[in-house]
Design a protein around this ligand. Structure first.
Ligand code: FMN
Length: 324
């Protein structure tokens, strides 16, 4: 009987071994055994091209965030004719340490993908993957606003038609936009109230009752906010100038001098505010330096107090406005 020689069989076996060593045990140098020196990994979604060195770094950073990561290969298909191997896999791990500025949640996360690998001279020369780290962030519950990650020199026009971005012009534009001021609050995991001043509040829709705030990732409130299920939004009244100052600065206990109470789900609501809501956080979009939180209002309180007005870095009494 004639024996069929399966030329990709040894590649397949060493691939499975190297894959498990790298992804499940962090032994990334095992990949050198199976990858061609010119290996390139192409993400079908983002079109990112990765070298072996970059792939190793990516594996290590994912393993740092998910130390108990375990990968399961669901299907492995070999095409002798095309000299290619397709892998369908899924992996589970506990989100233990921060990943790309996203605070760890302690949740178990499952992510899945498929890779199509081309073999040349017994080594994998290239692979196309359906997965990349933005996918992982999505599985973690943090989809990314893709446009926020685009390079900035791609024709942003903010001042004239020259096509040259001008930050001052953009700042000038923002200064012409009058807003109120809010204090966005939450309870951290130790039951401590936290908060920051924010004028990025926007009402998204009434039905469903959705609101939005953007929070910079470098703020000390950010990590607690990210991990919370609920947040509070307090619209500052004209008597809360000092409160705004407190929440626009750093401080260990910004609530020490304040009267405040908790909403039905525990979020700190500040007494003396023009209005306060408590909302359940529904979405957290990554926008590079900021995270956009979209939340569903569950509770609201409105006081008979005039709101504070914010324009171009200054605060005004909302009771003193002249109708046009
Ligand atoms: C009027 C005003 C509006 C602000 N809006 C925002 C905002 O929308 N998002 C944000 O992340 N920071 C905003 N800030 C800045 C934060 O309040 C500030 O960085 C604060 O010190 C953060 O505190 P934390 O690091 O203790 O959380 C604003 C500040 C002021 C004065």
């Amino acid at each position: 009987m004639q024996q069929i020689v399966n030329s990709l069989q040894p590649v397949k076996e060493s691939l499975v071994n190297a894959w498990e060593a790298a992804w499940d045990r962090g032994q990334v140098d095992a990949l050198d055994e199976i990858f061609h020196a010119d290996f390139r990994r192409i993400s079908k979604k983002s079109k990112n091209v990765t070298t072996i060195r970059e792939l190793k770094q990516e594996i290590l950073s994912v393993r740092e965030a998910f130390p108990d990561l375990v990968t399961k290969i669901d299907h492995l298909l070999v095409d002798e004719q095309e000299q290619s191997i397709a892998i369908f896999w899924h992996t589970t791990g506990t989100f233990t340490n921060d990943l790309q500025g996203v605070p760890a949640t302690g949740n178990t996360v499952e992510t899945r993908g498929s890779n199509l690998m081309e073999v040349q001279d017994g080594k994998i020369i290239s692979e196309q993957v359906t997965w990349d780290q933005s996918e992982l962030l999505e599985d973690v519950g943090v989809p990314s606003l893709k446009s926020a990650f685009e390079s900035t020199d791609d024709g942003v026009v903010v001042d004239d038609l020259s096509g040259v971005p001008n930050l001052d012009a953009l700042k000038g534009f923002n200064r012409q936009f009058i807003t109120g001021v809010t204090v966005v609050t939450t309870m951290d995991e130790h039951g401590k109230p936290r908060g920051l001043a924010a004028n990025s509040y926007v009402s998204v829709s009434l039905e469903p009752p959705l609101v939005l705030v953007c929070v910079q990732k470098t703020t000390s409130t950010y990590a607690s906010l990210f991990k919370s299920t609920h947040l509070g939004i307090n619209i500052m009244s004209n008597g809360q100038r000092d409160t705004v100052g407190t929440f626009a600065s750093k401080g260990d206990d910004k609530f020490a001098e304040l009267e405040w109470h908790q909403g039905p789900n525990g979020s700190p609501l500040i007494d003396g505010s023009a209005a306060s809501i408590e909302a359940e956080i529904k979405e957290r979009f990554q926008a590079k330096t900021h995270t956009v939180f979209i939340a569903k209002v569950k509770h609201s309180e409105v006081a008979q107090l005039e709101p504070m007005v914010y324009k171009a870095g200054r605060f005004y009494d909302g009771a003193e406005l002249t109708a046009l």
